[in-house]
Design a protein around this ligand. Sequence first.
Ligand code: PLP
Length: 396
Amino acid sequence: MRIYFDHNATTPLDPAVADAVAAALRDDFGNPSSVHHFGQRAKRLVDDARAALAALIGAEPSEVIFTSGGTEADNLALRGAADVLAGQGRRHLIASAIEHEAVLNTLQALQRHGSRVTLLPVDAHGIVSPDDLRAAIDDETCLVSVMHANNEIGTIQPVAELAAIAHDHGALFHTDAVQSVGKVPVDVETLGVDLLSLSAHKFNGPKGVGALWLRRGVRLSPTQTGGRHERSRRAGTENVPALVGMGVAARTAVDRLASTATPLTVLRGRLEDGILGVVSGTTVNGAREPRVPNTSNISFESVEAESLLIGLDLDGIAVSTGSACSSGTLEPSHVLRAMGLPHHRVQSSIRFSLGLGNTDLEVDRTIAVLPGIVGRLRDLTRASTRSRPAASGAGR
Ligand SMILES: Cc1ncc(COP(=O)(O)O)c(C=O)c1O
C-alpha cells in the first residue's frame, strides 16, 4: 500500500484532466495566433481555459495572464510591478518572512538592482500582524506581497485587511495563492488584492502551467518579451494542451470545492488527533485556524525529521519536511524559524498534506505505524548520545 500525503508539493493529475490534455496534444496542434481553422480551434481552447480559470477566482477572463506556473507568476508580479512603479519613485517592496522562495529570492534579486525590501515578521502561529505592515509601509512602497496560505503550515493570512492597508498608502497588493486555490474558495474581490498567483499542479492539473491574475487597470512591465501574446504581457506561443488541462482542473475544482473542504478537514483532524494521541512529544505547528483543510505540520520531539521521512517512506508513506524546494538540502525551514520555533523543533517537523483520494484507512495505517518508527529513532538518538565521549571542555 502506497500512501501519498504530500499534496502541497504536487497533486496527482485528475483523470479527466489527463484525457483532455491527451486529446488536445493529439488533435489540436494549431497555433492560437494563426488566423486559419487550426489556429482558431486552438484559440477557442485557450479562451475556454481562461474563462474556467477566471471563474475559479471570481475574475474577468481578460485579467488572467497565463504563465509557466506559480514561480513565473510570482516573478512577473514582483518584477513587473516594481519596474513600472520605480518610474514613480516607488522602490520599496514589502513581503512576509514566510513567503515561498519564488517571492523571497525574486525580492533578493530586486534588492541587488536598487530596490529596498522589508520582510514582515510573523507571530508564533505564523500570522502577519496588520500593525507590523502599518509600521513598515511608507510613501515609497510600490508593492506588498503576502501569501494567502503558507505551503509548510497551511495557515491563512488576513489578506483583505493587509491589502486595505497597502491601498491606503497607494501601494499595490500581491498574494501568492498557489496553496489556497482549489483548497478553499478564493475570490479576488473578497480578498481585495491587485495581483494573485496560482499554479495548476497544486489542484490536480498539469505541471508547468499557472497564471497571474492582474486587476484591470493595473500596469505591469513584461518580464518575458517577444510577440503580443497574453495582451503583450507575457510573450511566447501558448502551451495549449497544458492550458486545456488547467481549465478542466479549474472547472472540476469549482464543482468539488463545496464538497471536499469538509471531508478533508475531518480526515486531517483524524490524522492530527490520532498522531498526538499515540506519539508522545508531538506538537502541531502554526495556527490551527484559519488554515487550508489539508495541511498539518507536526514536530516529533527528539526525532530528526529527515530520518522520520525516510522511515515513513520505507513503510510506503510519502510526507515532506517542508517545502519541496528546500527538502533534500537539509536547510532548516525558514517558515518555522520565522515563527520563533527552537532549533530542535524546526529540525523535527514533518508536513502531512492530504488531498483527493486519501482515505480513513490510509490515515489509520499512518497512525498505526508511527509509534514504532518514532520509537526506533528515539532509541537510536538515545544510544548515540550515550556512546558519545564526554566533552573534555578543551578548545571551547
Ligand atoms: C506558495 C507557493 N508559491 C509558489 C510555488 C511555485 O509554484 P510552481 O511549482 O508552479 O512554480 C509553490 C510551489 O511549491 C508554492 O507552494
